[in-house]
Design a protein around this ligand. Structure first.
Ligand SMILES: Cc1cc2nc3c(=O)[nH]c(=O)nc-3n(C[C@H](O)[C@H](O)[C@H](O)COP(=O)(O)OP(=O)(O)OC[C@H]3O[C@@H](n4cnc5c(N)ncnc54)[C@H](O)[C@@H]3O)c2cc1C
Length: 456
């Protein structure tokens, strides 16, 4: 179904096209090249951007044109050695759009999880909290998957369903008004609403779209250009991320060791390997990551311990500075923010990408509903519905992870006693534990259809 935007086909340079021109109306090859006038342009071909593009194309068919622009689409992601915990709801989404099937064989289910709270060199690490079992019979609470495998599978599916991929960054955008006028984003003067967004790519190409989605990551230039501020703060912490091979099987167990400098997480990968997310104060993280192999190994072993036998760090060590911010608005005129462009949280609970996929599921649902009703998917009331759906939930999760980090990343003996009593109480209350785990799996609240495993 052609959307409102296809009726206002004014190309940059002011060449008017016939009013019925548009993706899917015969004006362009809709499978690969939708022309310059598209329904949705997504800036950013990371997890959030590609997932959204696939979901929209699958639900709305070839008459709905979706372009993803990102210079990273030109290369492969083989240098990203990170892995992510994909919770049950996000896995259902990926399965519904036919992507999970391509990586399922490489994904490691998390079968149980232990949480400890101790000082760095304590001989014993008492276990305060354990989580076992499935969210539903046969459905683990989360899986670990290497980022490059997932992003490659998303890229292949996007091509298969006819998403047009452009290997250039979005450099700028302006609003197109009636009568050939235009307005800069952030210009607050009285002006008629824009009927589409004119987008300039870094390779010189110009496109117009009814909706521009910012999936361009934490340093989103689209968010900035749209004049959307963020609130939040940097932590004095950074995460060292690396993979570790070990002698014994992990049996699908994830471990979160709360140490005074921050959490040290051991997350199971396929085979006898685990992904490490190791939080330290930033200067210490940089010092440790720069150590020669032998000294690095010694620091790693002090924290990892020997319960899985001999260990060996594999591949690159990367240091990620950590922060927390939420965008003050998730939308602007004909613009929607998803994923890290809208929020960045502490990786303490492995929820950042999962939250981004929740944005994607909610935005896809409101856009698809609007288009099926013959409405303009970039209209303010459509985007408002998305914002209402996601902003409050994001704030709650952001503050929860922030509080968790503050509660655990400190050396106070009193706080330690208090939190250990709290963990002990949760451990003894199976119903409370089950609620926590369903919340972490993304299955509590008003869950978008795709996260419930239902196609749009
Ligand atoms: C140490 C660490 C561990 C983590 N572990 C987990 C975990 O276990 N589970 C989890 O859910 N989350 C985790 N996260 C968070 C997760 O990695 C991010 O939330 C996720 O990668 C964000 O995806 P995204 O698609 O929103 O953004 P990104 O992955 O940042 O993608 C943004 C894309 O936009 C492109 N881009 C930038 N500017 C432009 C432009 N102007 N035009 C076009 N394209 C542009 C970039 O090239 C990039 O490809 C972790 C984060 C850290 C730091």
């Amino acid at each position: 179904m052609p959307t409102m935007t296809t009726k206002f086909a004014r190309l940059p340079g002011d060449a008017m096209l016939p009013a019925d021109y548009g993706p899917g109306t015969g004006g362009a090859d809709t499978m690969t090249d939708p022309g310059d006038n598209v329904d949705v342009l997504i800036a950013g071909g990371g997890f959030a951007g590609l997932t959204l593009a696939i979901a929209l194309r699958q639900a709305l068919g070839p008459s709905f044109s979706v372009v993803v622009a990102d210079p990273m689409l030109a290369g492969s992601h083989t240098d990203d050695e990170r892995a992510s915990a994909i919770v049950a709801a996000a896995r259902r989404l990926l399965e519904t759009i036919g992507v999970w099937q391509a990586v399922a064989g490489e994904a490691q289910p998390i079968l149980d999880m232990v949480v400890t709270d101790s000082r760095l060199d304590d001989a014993m690490r008492p276990i305060f909290l354990t989580f076992t079992g499935d969210i539903e019979p046969g459905e683990p609470f989360a899986h670990m998957i290497e980022n490059r495998l997932l992003i490659d599978a998303l890229g292949s599916k996007a091509r298969e369903v006819g998403v047009a991929l452009r290997t250039a960054a979005v450099a700028a955008f302006t609003y197109a008004l009636p009568e050939g006028q235009s307005r800069q984003p952030g210009d607050r003067r009285e002006a008629p609403p824009a009927h589409h967004v004119e987008i300039a790519l870094a390779d010189g190409a110009k496109l117009s779209a009814g909706l521009l989605v910012a999936a361009d990551g934490a340093r989103s230039s689209i968010r900035e250009r749209a004049g959307i501020a963020t609130h939040g703060w940097n932590y004095a912490q950074s995460a060292i991320v690396t993979n570790v091979g070990h002698e014994r099987d992990h049996h699908g167990r994830a471990e979160e060791h709360f140490l005074p400098a921050g959490p040290f997480a051991i997350l199971p990968l396929k085979g006898r390997r685990s992904s490490i997310v190791w939080t330290e104060e930033t200067h210490e993280a940089q010092r440790i990551a720069a150590l020669p192999d032998e000294s690095f190994h010694a620091e790693l072993e002090r924290r990892f311990k020997l319960h899985l036998g001999e260990i060996k760090a594999e591949g690159a060590r990367r240091v990620h500075p950590l922060g927390f911010f939420v965008a003050r608005a998730f939308i602007a005129e004909r613009v929607a923010l998803v994923g890290d462009a809208a929020h960045v949280i502490h990786p303490i609970a492995g929820q950042g990408l999962n939250m981004g996929l929740k944005d994607v599921a909610a935005l896809a649902e409101v856009v698809v509903d609007a288009v099926r009703l013959g409405l303009d998917p970039g209209a303010a009331d459509v985007l408002e519905r998305y914002q209402r759906w996601r902003r409050f939930d994001t704030m709650s999760m952001g503050f929860a992870t922030d509080s968790l980090n503050r509660l655990f990343s400190n050396r106070s003996a009193m706080l330690r006693a208090v939190r250990d009593i709290g963990l002990g109480i949760v451990e003894r209350l199976p119903q409370l534990k089950s609620l926590f785990i369903r919340e972490a799996a993304g299955l509590v609240g008003e869950v978008p259809k795709l996260l419930r495993g239902k196609a749009l």
